[in-house]
Design a protein around this ligand. Structure first.
Ligand code: TUI
Length: 315
């Protein structure tokens, strides 16, 4: 198999495909399905307290012995209790988002939990490597949810050239072509979010999945730029209301208040007009709901075909 490398060996997975730790969306069901299919499934802790996340960890452990991870969203008020939970449960891998996890890294490493922070810049990549991160997820602006400034195309090679640890590419990737492109830029694997939302095992409301399927190339827009926490989500009443507030020069508090609870509203209640339907720019390319195993198998098959066409040799 062409696709095995130092990252798959290090993580103990079959294919270099990691599932994004999406708040509310990345439940134990989805994470278990991805890990069973040979990738790395990730539970998204989001803004949930430890008791909720503990149940999701139990679901994965009951479904598979394969490695999995928990994503810690560093803006959450429950970060400290999630850190304790992950340590108590000996979760094999931690990814982090929306901040600098530096002060927690040593504690994870002490118990052998692998730490993979999401970084949006070369500066943070360097800092994370110095502080002991095992690998990095370099996430481009094409991604859904909370995003950085740089595109995947520009960010990946710059980070790859700066650090020694493996880099995983995220943002704008949903198929085998994207995987090969990421490998060409020097990444050792990819993280997919939006593609896995439209999987059979994902427990998000059917309306949420349908909104991604209906989305076209320019529908995944950025709101909340003025708050310092820009978010990419599908255009709807909420994004228009956000735009109006921002244009009027509303305060950060006012804009954040409008956004509060809106991801849950879309994911769980299925209110895709007033809720925040976080999704990446690649949403326009996703046209079906497939089982996780089929998503992963298709990506690998496509990637191998692309490599063959490009003149690579199969091992
Ligand atoms: O974290 C994500 N995506 C997310 S988190 C989220 S929940 C949320 N909802 C509304 C507003 C804010 C958050 C929804 N989607 N992706 C990983 C990611 N991390 N993207 C960007 C970053 C990031 C940004 C700044 C990581 C580190 C960072 O560091 C700043 C610093 O403190 O140095």
């Amino acid at each position: 198999m062409l696709i095995k490398n130092e990252l798959t060996n290090f993580l103990g997975i079959d294919v270099p495909v990691i599932q994004g730790g999406m708040a509310w969306v990345a439940t134990g069901e989805l994470a278990a399905a991805v890990s069973k299919a040979g990738g790395l499934g990730i539970i998204g802790a989001g803004n949930a307290p430890a008791d909720i996340v503990r149940d999701e960890i139990a679901k994965v452990k009951a479904a598979t012995d394969r490695p999995f991870g928990v994503n810690i969203m560093l803006l959450s008020p429950f970060v400290d209790e999630i850190v304790e939970l992950v340590i108590e449960e000996r979760v094999p891998v931690v990814t982090t988002g929306a901040g600098n996890p530096g002060k927690y890294i040593d504690r994870f490493k002490e118990i052998g939990t692998k730490v993979i922070p999401v970084v949006p810049s070369v500066a943070l990549a360097k800092r994370m490597e110095r502080m002991g991160a095992d690998a990095l997820i370099a996430e481009g602006n094409e991604a859904g949810g909370h995003i950085g400034e740089l595109t995947t195309m520009a960010l990946i090679p710059q980070i790859v050239d700066t650090v020694e640890i493996p880099v995983i590419a995220a943002g704008g990737i949903a198929d085998g072509r994207g995987l090969v492109a990421a490998l060409a830029l020097g990444a050792k694997g990819v993280q997919l979010g939006t593609r896995f939302v439209c999987s059979k095992e994902c427990t998000a409301h059917p309306n949420y999945k349908e909104a991604i399927i209906k989305a076209r190339d320019r529908d995944a827009v950025v709101t909340g730029r003025s708050t310092g926490h820009p978010v990419r989500n599908l255009k709807n009443s909420l994004t228009r209301q956000m735009d109006n507030l921002e244009r009027k020069g509303a305060s950060r508090e006012e804009i954040e208040e409008l956004g509060a609870g809106k991801l849950r509203l879309a994911v769980q209640e299925g209110d895709i007009d007033r809720g925040s339907v976080m999704a990446g720019q690649i949403a326009g390319m996703i046209n079906d709901i497939k089982p996780v195993q089929e998503i992963i198998d298709t990506i690998i098959k496509e990637a191998e075909e692309v490599i063959k066409v490009l003149g690579g040799k199969e091992k």
